[in-house]
Design a protein around this ligand. Structure first.
Ligand code: SF4
Length: 468
C-alpha cells in the first residue's frame, strides 16, 4: 500500500512491504556521521586536533556549536546516553566553570567574526541547570563566539518536560533559543511506569502552550518504539495525543534492548517488550498515522509538516544531516563542548573524554579535553558523500559524484553496485541514466542501503540498534 502520494512536488511516499522490512531488520548505524564514532581512535587526540586547527588554512563561514550537559535527576530505564544521574544540583556549578574554560581554549582557534548559525544543547538534561546557570552558560558562549539573533539561526535545546516549567520556557526564548525538542517517548502511563519516566499529558500540554505563546520557530517531539508494554493499539492512543499537540516535527527512535552494555536497561522487564513483529507493527502504526495526518516522511524515522523548512529543504535538495539529525544548514565546522561531545570539520571528527573527572583534569592543565578522533581519508570523503546523498536526497547522482571525487563511479564501486543491483531487483531502488533513486518501498530501509557503502561495517562488532 502506498502510504502517501507525492502530493507536495517531491516523492515522499513510503510503501510498507512486510517481507522486505523483516529481511532487512538488522543492526546498523544511524549515520549521523561517516565514518561512525566506532572508528574514532585514541591515536588522534588533543595534540593532533590542536595541530590541525593551527595548520588548517583560514576557514570562513558560519560555525555550529554543540554543548553537552550530562546530568539528569532521574534514570529512564531505556537510556543509552552518556549521562550522570544525581539529585545534587550543586554539581552543575563546577561543570559550567569547566565548560567556560573549554570554550575559551577552543575559541582561540576560531575567527571571532564567524557567526554561530547553529547552536544545540543536548544531554543528559540541559534543563537540569537552574535559570541562573542556563543564563550564565549562554553568556559564557557569547563572550567567545558570535551568537546571532537573526531569524535564520537554528538555536535548539532538548527539554525533559519533567524538569521545566512555563517560566523556563520563557527564559529559554529570552536567551535566544528558537527551537525546542521534547522527549515524549510514549504517553501511555503504563509504558511510562515501565521505563521510569512519568510525565502526564497535562504537563506536556502546558509546556506546549508556553512554547506556542513564546513563538518558538519549531517544536519537535521525540518518540521511542519498542518499549515495554507498547502495542500498535497503545501507540495509536499516544499518537492521537501527539497530533492533538500538533508538533512541527516528530522523530521516532527504535529502542535497542542491550542490558549487557547499558546497565539501566536491566531494570526493564524483558518479558514486557514487544516481539520483533509487534515492534515492526508499532512502527508501521506510527508511519501510517503521521503520514495520514499530513506529515511528510523526511527519512530515517523523521517526520515534518509540509510547511516546515526541513520539508522545503528536502524539496530543494538542500537537506543536511549532522549529529542532531536533519537540518537545513551545515556549517563547515561543528564544535562540540562538554564531556563526550563530538566535533567535526571538513577533514576530521574528534570526541571529548567521557567522564567529568577526566574532563576536569585535562582542563585544569589547560588542555583541550579531546580523547579520540580520526582524519578522513579520500575514501572516507567519497563514501560520506554517497551516504549523505542517500539519507538527505534519497538517491545518488553517480555522474556528479564521480566527477567530484575523480573516479568512475561504476568501476570504483563495482562490488557495491552488485549489492545495489540485488536491492533494485527486490524493489528498494530504481536507476536510470546514472541516477539511483530510493523507491517508496526502499525509504524505510535507507540505512540498509547506506550500509552497502560503509567500508567499516564489521558484523562481529555490532553495537548498533536495528535499522527498523
Ligand atoms: S533518557 Fe534523557 S533524561 Fe532519561 S536518563 Fe537518559 S539522558 Fe537522562
Amino acid at each position: 500500500m502506498d502510504i502517501q502520494l507525492a502530493r507536495h512536488g517531491f516523492d515522499d511516499r513510503i510503501r510498507w512491504d512486510p517481507a522486505l522490512i523483516r529481511k532487512y531488520d538488522v543492526p546498523g548505524p544511524r549515520y549521523t556521521s561517516y565514518p561512525t564514532a566506532l572508528q574514532f581512535t585514541d591515536s588522534f587526540g588533543a595534540r593532533e586536533y590542536e595541530q590541525y586547527l593551527l595548520e588548517r588554512p583560514p576557514v570562513i563561514g558560519p560555525l555550529s556549536l554543540y554543548v553537552h550537559i550530562p546530568y539528569c535527576r532521574n534514570i529512564c530505564y531505556y537510556c543509552a546516553c552518556n549521562k550522570i544521574v544525581t539529585r545534587d544540583a550543586a554539581v552543575a556549578e563546577r561543570y559550567i566553570v569547566a565548560l567556560e574554560k573549554e570554550t575559551a581554549l577552543l575559541s582561540r582557534h576560531f575567527d571571532r567574526r564567524r557567526r554561530v548559525t547553529q547552536l544545540h544543547w543536548g544531554g543528559g538534561t540541559p534543563t537540569f541547570l537552574s535559570p541562573a546557570e542556563l543564563t550564565r552558560l549562554m553568556h559564557g558562549l557569547a563572550k567567545h563566539f558570535s551568537l546571532i539573533d537573526a531569524p535564520e539561526r537554528e538555536y535548539s535545546i532538548e527539554i525533559d518536560p519533567r524538569s521545566v516549567d512555563t517560566g523556563t520556557i520563557a527564559l529559554l526564548k529570552g536567551l535566544g533559543f528558537n527551537r525546542v525538542s521534547m522527549g515524549i517517548q510514549d504517553f501511555d502511563p503504563a509504558v511510562q511506569r515501565a521505563v521510569n519516566r512519568i510525565q502526564p499529558f497535562d504537563m506536556v500540554e502546558n509546556l506546549v502552550d508556553a512554547v506556542r505563546e513564546h513563538r518558538f520557530k519549531s517544536m519537535s517531539f521525540d518518540l521511542i518504539y519498542g518499549l515495554p508494554l507498547q502495542s500498535p493499539a497503545s501507540m495509536e492512543q499516544t499518537l492521537a495525543k501527539v497530533l492533538a499537540l500538533d508538533p512541527d516535527r516528530v522523530s521516532c527512535y527504535s529502542y535497542a534492548h542491550l542490558p549487557e552494555i547499558f546497565s539501566s536497561q536491566r531494570s526493564i522487564d524483558r518479558m514486557a517488550l514487544p516481539s520483533a513483529d509487534e515492534k515492526l507493527e508499532v512502527l508501521h502504526t506510527i508511519i501510517d498515522t503521521l503520514t495520514d495526518a499530513g506529515y511528510l516522511y523526511v527519512g530515517m524515522d523523521h517526520f515534518v509538516k509540509p510547511q516546515d523548512e526541513l520539508a522545503q529543504a528536502l524539496h530543494n535538495g538542500t537537506l543536511q544531516r549532522n549529529f542532531q539529525g536533519y537540518s537545513t544548514q551545515l556549517a563547515p565546522e561543528l564544535l562540540g563542548i562538554g564531556v563526550s561531545s563530538i566535533s567535526s570539520t571538513a577533514d576530521l571528527y574528534c570526541q571529548n573524554v567521557k567522564t567529568v573527572d577526566e574532563y576536569y583534569a585535562l582542563l585544569e592543565q589547560d588542555k583541550l579535553p579531546v580523547q579520540r578522533g580520526l582524519r578522513l581519508t579520500p575514501d572516507d570523503h567519497l563514501r560520506r558523500d554517497v551516504i549523505m546523498q542517500l539519507i538527505c536526497r534519497m538517491g545518488i547522482d553517480t555522474g556528479e559524484t564521480g566527477e567530484r571525487h575523480g573516479i568512475d563511479f561504476g568501476s570504483h564501486f563495482a562490488r557495491e553496485m552488485r549489492s545495489l543491483d540485488a536491492m533494485e531487483h527486490e524493489g528498494l531502488l530504481e536507476s536510470e541514466g546514472g541516477q539511483i533513486r530510493v523507491t517508496a518501498a526502499g525509504r524505510p530501509l535507507v540505512r540498509n542501503i547506506c550500509m552497502v557503502f560503509d567500508a567499516y561495517l564489521d558484523p562481529s562488532r555490532q553495537r548498533f540498534s536495528r535499522t527498523i
